[in-house]
Write a protein that binds this ligand. Structure first.
Ligand SMILES: *[C@@H]1O[C@H](CO)[C@@H](O)[C@H](O)[C@H]1NC(C)=O
Ligand SMILES: *[C@@H]1O[C@H](CO)[C@@H](O)[C@H](O)[C@H]1NC(C)=O
Ligand SMILES: *[C@@H]1O[C@H](CO)[C@@H](O)[C@H](O)[C@H]1NC(C)=O
Ligand SMILES: *[C@@H]1O[C@H](CO)[C@@H](O)[C@H](O)[C@H]1NC(C)=O
Length: 421
């Protein structure tokens, strides 16, 4: 009986959060800054015939912005080598290909990449990408995050990486010749070269020549025999595939999972974790918050609604407003730590999103409702007092047909009627 009462109190809370608090109707029109970065708002960094790279900086209002990049390669294309200025954590969204990378003096190694793969590359390493000639003509799409940690900051003034040819051409011909002990024509061929595209067709003849030069250059800075014969004694890059593993939670309304340094050790120094949620049509990731991390979330599939609520700790209310906004594929939004949020799919489509969270530790999301909710331990009357309503009000609300959440489950993913969104 008592348990039932508690449960009712949470229903009430849920109801409050979703329908009656001031954020109801406080949609984007009140905001001068939209919480959502849409696909067309990404800044294009590289655009060639064979692919593109775009970037987004997203801010939580307290720390320097988080920097994200989106790589898109047509089938059978090459993203030419770059030298990383910051750690990079990335997720493969679509397509297949190969990632080549070299760290310090370990030689160059490669791994195959496919959707669901997560990996991390270290500052100072060199990498390049090749997309497969895919029968389905799927593009290789990669989402990358460049975390800022105490040891390793992404610095906007120098960017996330530089192209090998830029490094090369920045120097005087004679300096390069002396440094590399290379024949004059070879150095000239590179230093003379005007801007070459960053993404090229993998088999174009003109590009092969250029490509060979870059490989030769890599070879000389890394001091190893590379190129056609990729060294096999290089370290193996560790990756983790989301779809090879069981979700943390799964029921008929959807699934969710997180990836931390427990699953992929190399994430530890970056302090970045990943999460993915798939809500089937008409479902809700119930009100919850992350006590340990800011989440930067991007929508992979479908459409839905998101609600983000501010805590009372903000003395300056203008700094934080409760928000309710619609999201669709390609949208990116940020939820600061401790801010309660709820994500809902519409009745006509599932909603899939992935996110980078700014801590690698497993932080269990705190749910407002359900067995694991912290509020389970709080007495209903105390809840009523803290909400400044009477017990009668709660009962009346519960008696009214206001609550139409048809079912309730304890792990935070519920059925949800989108007429309430
Ligand atoms: C590079 O440019 C110089 C002067 O512009 C020219 O004399 C030289 O032949 C060029 N070298 C190559 C390899 O194209
Ligand atoms: C999400 O779930 C829907 C419905 O169960 C399914 O069709 C879709 O393939 C899933 N998407 C991902 C990325 O797992
Ligand atoms: C799905 O439903 C939402 C809300 O009713 C609507 O905005 C959206 O356009 C619909 N999408 C499709 C693909 O019908
Ligand atoms: C509770 O709400 C009533 C109005 O319904 C108001 O007069 C009272 O000051 C509120 N109490 C607190 C502690 O906010």
């Amino acid at each position: 009986m008592l348990k039932m009462e508690h449960r009712n109190a949470f229903w009430f809370l849920l109801f409050l959060f979703l329908t009656t608090l001031p954020f109801q109707g406080k949609a984007l029109s009140n905001e001068n800054v939209s919480p959502v970065v849409e696909k067309h708002q990404r800044k294009t960094l590289i655009e060639t015939e064979y692919g593109s790279v775009s970037a987004v900086e997203i801010q939580d209002g307290f720390r320097p912005p988080y920097h994200l990049q989106f790589f898109t390669l047509d089938p059978n294309s090459l993203f030419l080598p770059v030298l990383l200025h910051a750690d990079m954590v990335f997720y493969v969204h679509t397509g297949n290909g190969k990632l080549f990378w070299a760290e310090e003096d370990d030689g160059i190694s490669s791994i195959n990449i496919r959707p669901g793969d997560i990996t991390r590359l270290k500052t100072g390493s060199v990498f390049y990408l090749q997309s497969n000639l895919d029968t389905a003509r799927q593009k290789l799409r990669i989402f990358a995050m460049f975390p800022s940690t105490d040891h390793n900051n992404y610095d906007p003034s120098i960017g996330a990486y530089s192209r090998i040819n830029e490094l090369f051409r920045g120097f005087d011909k004679r300096i390069m010749q002396a440094a590399l002990q290379a024949p004059e024509e070879l150095v000239e061929a590179i230093t003379n070269k005007t801007e070459t595209p960053a993404i090229v067709h993998a088999v174009s003849k003109e590009q092969t020549k250029f490509w060979e030069l870059e490989v030769w250059f890599l070879n000389s800075i890394l001091g190893r025999e590379i190129g056609n014969a990729i060294s096999s004694n290089g370290k193996k890059l560790k990756s983790y595939n989301i779809f090879d593993n069981d979700p943390d939670f799964q029921n008929c309304y959807g699934w969710s999972l997180t990836v931390t340094h427990k699953q992929l050790k190399s994430l530890k120094p970056t302090n970045i974790g990943l999460l993915m949620v798939n809500l089937t049509a008409g479902s809700m990731m119930g009100p919850h918050w992350n006590p340990g991390a800011t989440e930067i979330i991007m929508v992979l599939q479908g459409e839905g609604m998101v609600r983000v609520v501010c805590g009372s700790s903000y003395t300056d209310k203008s700094k934080c407003q409760n928000m309710r906004f619609k999201v669709k594929e390609g949208d990116i939004f940020l939820v600061p730590r401790f801010h309660p949020m709820a994500q809902m799919s519409f009745n006509n489509d599932s909603l899939v999103f992935m996110g980078f969270s700014t801590t690698v530790k497993k932080t269990y999301p705190q749910f407002l409702a359900g067995k694991k909710s912290v509020f389970q331990t709080i007495d209903k009357h105390i809840m009523a007092t803290s909400l400044n309503v009477t017990k009668t009000t709660i009962e009346q609300l519960l008696d009214s047909q206001g609550l139409r959440f048809a079912e309730f489950v304890d792990n935070g993913i519920n059925k949800f009627s989108s007429s309430l969104q």
